[in-house]
Design a protein around this ligand. Structure first.
Ligand code: AMP
Length: 424
């Protein structure tokens, strides 16, 4: 028989992983609520143009990494490679920009990129992201960074480093790119093949190059911070000032660039410095002041951030960060049924437990009782109840506490409140 594997770059999650995923998403939802963010859910696929126009025709993602396919009527659709473009499309489509800006939204969902899979880099992965729509001031940038910093702290990360830069507004960036190109062109063949291409199409991305030759050339390249216009310069300084007030350590990373064309001014990345790994980037984000207008909405400035769920989980495991399992101390009962003849009696008991929100389960196949007890113990059940002929005849339950090996005998029909008290 043919056994199928999941497609390359995808993963199944179960058991321990689900505990991490729940912990990360619950922590995100709790912290986002404190900062007044509301959830938005958008489709997993969009018209291809939603991504090509926003992320940029010449970006790595659009050029190489999108899962694009025609639907049955020949329309081009793409599985979303990131969240911002879809959220902005939804905001404009439903005119969500009311009077009360900024509009603060968060999303949790699957993203798809055709990348070369490796640890922490997948073709289907999940992102937790936020978008703050409708403020052009630096204070919202600082608040977003503050919230993200708190999110990772609440997950248990101790040493975080924040790289912050400004890539300017359209005007100062264009001037800077010309200056950068003038600096790079004379190096000609000393640049790697990819950087020669980038010079043609997406110059700023040269700062992402990992080859030592290009890195060396870029050490002395002109820095955008020296070419920011006055407004962009003041904006960045104000963000830094607020981060200082909040005691959030940051580095002005003058060579930081990001993969999407829509970014303007403030961009940032969060790194875990507890680990020396190529995949220690937990997430990144930035301001996008023109995107809503480019999608046909009003001219309102915004900022967003996204973190990779799998990447976060991997780093938490590598760093041995323990997670607090919700309901860990809650009582859990395993009801062992000795015979299918007692099913009706069993279902009466299960119904009572479940109506009273007590976690319980039973053996649906009749097996050896002592093996069942051992199994229940290994699964973290706190109590067991065995149902045999005697119990059915007398309505008696013997409840065994698996932590301290004590047992209580009671009549579960006449002593319901005693039973509930014992299990809460
Ligand atoms: P980006 O949307 O490229 O700014 O990425 C934001 C975060 O998403 C990264 O810092 C990673 O944590 C995560 N991420 C991006 N691409 C992948 C991928 N292919 N596999 C897993 N996580 C990813």
């Amino acid at each position: 028989m043919l056994i199928y594997n999941s497609p390359r770059g995808t993963s199944d999650y179960y058991g321990e992983d689900i505990k991490y995923i729940d912990f990360i998403t619950d922590t995100a939802k709790n912290i986002f609520k404190i900062y007044n963010y509301k959830e938005i859910i958008t489709p997993h696929f969009e018209h291809t143009e939603v991504f090509t126009r926003s992320i940029g025709e010449n970006s790595e993602i659009v050029q190489k990494e999108m899962f694009t396919f025609p639907d049955k009527k020949g329309r081009s659709l793409t599985l979303r490679p990131e969240g911002t473009a879809s959220v902005v499309r939804a905001i404009v489509e439903h005119k969500l920009y009311g009077e009360n800006l900024p509009l603060k939204l968060f999303y949790i969902g699957d993203m798809f990129r055709y990348e070369r899979p490796q640890k922490g880099r997948m073709r289907e992965f999940r992102q937790v992201g936020i978008e703050a729509i409708g403020s052009d001031g630096p204070s919202i940038d600082a608040e977003v960074i503050w919230m993200i910093n708190n999110f990772f702290k609440n997950l248990g990360f101790k040493n975080l480093l924040l790289y912050v830069n400004s890539i300017g507004c359209r005007e100062c960036r264009e001037k800077y790119i010309e200056i950068l190109e003038d600096y790079l062109k004379p190096f000609g063949k000393d640049l790697c093949h990819d950087c020669v291409n980038r010079l043609d199409k997406n110059t700023l991305r040269v700062f992402d190059c990992k080859t030592s030759g290009c890195k060396k050339i870029l050490e002395n390249a002109p820095k955008i911070s020296n070419y920011l216009c006055r407004k962009c310069e003041i904006h960045l300084r104000k963000v830094f000032g607020l981060l200082k007030v909040l005691d959030i350590p940051y580095v002005h990373a003058e060579n930081l660039v990001r993969g999407f064309d829509y970014y303007t001014r403030t961009i940032f990345e969060v790194i875990s410095t507890d680990i020396d790994s190529a995949q220690n980037a937990l997430g990144g984000g930035g301001r996008y002041d023109n995107l809503i207008e480019e999608f046909g909405g009003p001219k309102i400035s915004s900022i967003g951030f996204a973190t990779g769920l799998e990447r976060t989980m991997l780093l938490m495991k590598d760093l041995d960060i323990d997670i607090e399992e919700p309901g860990k101390n809650q009582k859990k009962i395993y009801v062992i049924n000795m015979s299918a003849d007692f099913d009706e009696y069993l279902f009466g008991i299960l119904k009572f437990f479940r109506q009273n929100k007590i976690i319980c389960d039973t053996n649906f196949n009749i097996k050896n009782v002592s093996k069942e007890i051992k199994w229940a113990q290994a699964q973290g059940y706190s109590h067991i109840v065995v149902i045999g002929e005697n119990e059915v005849d007398t309505n008696k339950l013997i409840i065994k506490d698996l932590d301290n090996y004590t047992q209580t005998e009671l009549n579960w029909i006449n002593e319901k409140s005693r039973l509930l008290k014992l299990l809460r």
